[in-house]
Design a protein around this ligand. Structure first.
Ligand SMILES: Cc1cc2nc3c(=O)[nH]c(=O)nc-3n(C[C@H](O)[C@H](O)[C@H](O)COP(=O)(O)OP(=O)(O)OC[C@H]3O[C@@H](n4cnc5c(N)ncnc54)[C@H](O)[C@@H]3O)c2cc1C
Length: 291
């Protein structure tokens, strides 16, 4: 049963942070898709929910010269339909189109997804590949930006301090003629069992930079450095045999965590190898220019 609680609607971000910092029984509330379930199951108990949705500064999606900014309370559905996201980070819009179910996509927010620290998070894995930064605002009035790779610290653990809120996610715009992202997920029931995101940057016909990120099968999204090193310096027309080698390197290097009953460590390693291989292939195919 859901315990009783009060919803407060702060007039400003400052008021929201102050309320959260000043009351240990208060927590942030956005779409409620994780929070309300946790409260119903008795895993969390808060007397005060600080509703972030009325704060307009947390809702905007904007495209500047060098970056895409997605407000923390942007829902998965809004991100999926955003022209700004379609222009600057189409892989994110495409991925969020397939997560969860319509109810969660309509109300769940990207800020709530990241702040909950759920290790199966699709956007977290993609945001690490895209070199995104998470903007946070604390009760002391200070704002800071944290690299997406450092934001999630383990299952349900983030670097947020008490009273600190995610305000936006900033994604640098990649060079459209030189960069591509591939993203693959494997789902058995509800959330992904394993995720792979691969970003390639090229100069001429050569891959000059690479991000290979494994998620869900690991305690948090992690970069597979050995796999990245195999890609850097390779031709942008990388063949499938090479992509398979990259996938195997990613699977061997990743800190696989078989915490779910759905898959044991060997199966997770196999999934990671296949997903990375396919994501490399997708990224290679998406690179502009002759193949
Ligand atoms: C059935 C189901 C299937 C799902 N499948 C997937 C999936 O396939 N892939 C995937 O990636 N996700 C999946 N999810 C997770 C979903 O994306 C999240 O539930 C949603 O994004 C959380 O956002 P919310 O606004 O509802 O967060 P809330 O439930 O409101 O909050 C979640 C947590 O974050 C805190 N919080 C919220 N906003 C902020 C903020 N701005 N700053 C700091 N703290 C904040 C809250 O205090 C709470 O602790 C699934 C969820 C469900 C219920």
């Amino acid at each position: 049963m859901l315990p009783p609680f009060t919803i407060v609607r702060p007039a400003s971000l400052t008021e929201a942070c102050a309320t959260l910092a000043g009351d240990p029984d208060a927590t942030a509330y956005a779409g409620g898709t994780e929070l309300i379930i946790a409260m119903k199951l008795g895993l969390a108990d808060y007397a005060v929910l600080v509703d972030l949705k009325p704060l307009p500064e947390l809702a905007e999606i904007t495209l500047g010269d060098g970056r895409l900014r997605i407000g923390a309370t942007a829902t998965h559905r809004r991100i999926t339909h955003s022209p700004e996201v379609a222009t600057a980070f189409p892989a994110l819009g495409a991925a969020l189109r397939h997560i969860a179910n319509p109810r969660v996509r309509n109300t769940g927010t990207i800020g709530g997804n990241l702040a909950f620290g759920e290790p199966h998070s699709d956007p977290a894995t993609l945001l690490v590949a895209a070199d995104a930064e998470i903007s946070c605002h604390g009760a002391d009035g200070r704002s800071r930006r944290v690299a997406a790779a450092d934001f999630l610290q383990g299952p349900f653990q983030t670097c947020l301090s008490p009273g600190e809120l995610i305000t936006s996610i900033d994604v640098p715009r990649p060079h459209p003629n030189r960069s591509a992202i591939g993203f693959r997920r494997f789902v058995l029931t509800e959330r992904a069992v394993a995720l792979a995101a691969v970003r390639l940057d090229t100069s001429g016909d050569v891959i000059v930079d690479a991000r290979v990120v494994v998620g869900a099968a690991t305690p948090r999204p992690v970069r597979a450095n050995a796999a990245e090193q195999l890609l850097i310096g390779s031709p942008a027309t990388l063949d499938q045999v090479s992509a398979r080698t990259v996938g195997q390197a990613a699977a061997e290097a990743s800190d696989i965590d078989a915490r779910d009953a759905e898959a044991d460590a060997d199966y997770l390693r196999h999934l990671v190898a296949v997903l990375v291989e396919d994501a490399v292939g997708d990224a290679v195919s998406a690179l502009p220019g002759p193949k």
